[in-house]
Design a protein around this ligand. Structure first.
Ligand SMILES: NC(=O)c1ccc[n+]([C@@H]2O[C@H](COP(=O)([O-])OP(=O)(O)OC[C@H]3O[C@@H](n4cnc5c(N)ncnc54)[C@H](O)[C@@H]3O)[C@@H](O)[C@H]2O)c1
Length: 382
């Protein structure tokens, strides 16, 4: 089956690499001058590194590259069985491109979007055969991150969903199915990891390095929230938060923070600009390794994360297993949040949230009805 990728930026180039590695004839298209050349050079470099590391042979590298057609002519996507769009995050432009794609491919071709924040329903509405449109959401860097969220919209047929899922599964990815709602699973459930950590800092409970230390050393997270935000980029992370917030009709649970907005405005974007929450020309400030303080920090962030996961389950955004798998495989959490809730006690999670809500009188801390119901019925997630 021929696979076409629209947009040869960060994500598109990675998706083209995965498709070609899995034996597909690939067409990688971009409309901008120079992008195609740079995608080709970038892929060449990445594959050379894989040869050096003996992950693939020189011959395999040539075969993979040989399967990819790099083009500025969109007509070359003709004959594809699957088209994955990964262009700029702009609804109008995506809709125009989807209509153009549909005019070039056959009836049974699946057309997917890699969008992070737009609804699949709104993108699909530009097509005539909307049942063939689906979300296929990779994580960055696509060739390395195992998780892919598959998002059927109200228009997507079961056949399209099954086919899309089985293709991505056959590429060795871990797929989860999520409802067409803001942030899908990962970008929704992960919000408190950043937001609550920032709140804790804003209140003066602890500094960045202490919060990071607590989440890493006591929580077992691979990176603390501030180092992770610096790694992702404060511009990107802030934009995701703001988009999720406005898409949820300004539900205060997702409210962005001025602290991060100012970082972005100051150009303190993180690692890529040399400075974010941390100044990368200096040593990392020493954390206050007080374990009691660390537990307070972890417990507050964790309760908020579990609340999001529980609410996602309550609203049937995804299955219990998929919500847990998504956070482990998409953002490297040490455990699934619902399994973690069972381990620490659903009752204790609810108590922490109720205490926070009583103290702050903010809707931000309202516990999911599912947690309340479970405690009443003495139930566990698994
Ligand atoms: N970067 C991430 O971490 C990430 C992760 C998951 C999903 N996404 C989503 O993937 C998509 C692409 O993101 P990216 O980070 O790869 O962006 P990018 O800016 O690196 O690449 C976008 C590419 O699309 C091309 N393009 C723009 N308009 C076009 C058009 N009309 N026709 C053809 N090509 C066009 C640009 O030339 C560019 O090469 C977005 O929808 C984004 O939300 C990004």
């Amino acid at each position: 089956m021929k696979v076409s990728v629209i947009g040869a930026g960060t994500m598109g180039t990675g998706i083209a690499q995965i498709s070609a590695t899995n034996g597909h004839e690939v067409c990688l298209y971009d409309s901008f001058d120079g992008t195609i050349e740079s995608a080709k050079n970038k892929l060449n470099k990445i594959l050379n590194r894989l040869v050096e590391k003996e992950k693939i042979t020189q011959k395999e590298k040539e075969t993979i590259l040989g399967r990819i057609t790099f083009t500025k002519d969109i007509k070359e996507i003709r004959g594809s069985g699957l088209v994955i769009e990964a262009i700029i995050e702009n609804l109008e432009i995506k809709q125009k491109v989807f209509a153009e794609i549909e005019s070039l491919v056959s009836e049974d071709c699946i057309i997917a979007s890699n969008t992070s924040s737009l609804s699949i329903a709104s993108i699909a509405s530009a097509c005539t055969k909307t049942e063939r449109v689906v979300g296929i959401h990779f994580f960055n860097p696509a060739p390395l991150m195992p998780l892919v969220e598959i998002i059927p919209s109200v228009q997507t047929s079961q056949n399209t969903l099954n086919k899309a899922k089985s293709i991505i599964d056959s590429w060795g990815k871990v797929t989860v199915v999520a409802k067409d709602t803001p942030g899908f699973i990962v970008n929704r459930v992960a919000r408190p990891f950043y937001g609550e950590a920032i709140r804790i800092y804003e209140e003066g409970v602890a500094d960045f390095s202490t919060i990071d230390w607590a989440m890493r050393e006591i929580g077992g997270f691979r990176m603390g929230p501030f180092e992770l935000m610096d790694y992702i980029g404060n511009d990107i992370n802030y934009t995701v938060t703001e988009t999720v917030f406005s898409s949820f009709y300004f539900d205060s649970r997702y409210k962005p923070s001025f602290t991060q907005k100012r970082m972005m405005e100051a150009g303190y974007l993180g690692k890529k600009s040399g400075r974010g929450y941390y100044d990368y020309s200096k040593a990392v400030p020493k954390a206050n390794e007080d374990r009691d303080l660390g537990k307070i920090i972890l417990w507050r962030v964790l309760a908020m994360l579990i609340n999001e996961a529980a609410d996602a389950l309550f609203l049937k955004i995804a299955s219990r297993e998929d919500i847990d798998l998504a956070m482990i495989k998409g953002v490297n959490y040490p455990k699934g949040l619902l399994a973690w809730a069972d381990e620490v006690g659903v009752k204790n999670v609810l108590k922490q949230l109720e205490d926070l809500q009583a103290e702050y009188a903010e809707d931000r801390y309202r516990p999911s009805p599912l947690l309340k119901r479970m405690v009443k019925e003495n139930k566990t997630f698994y």
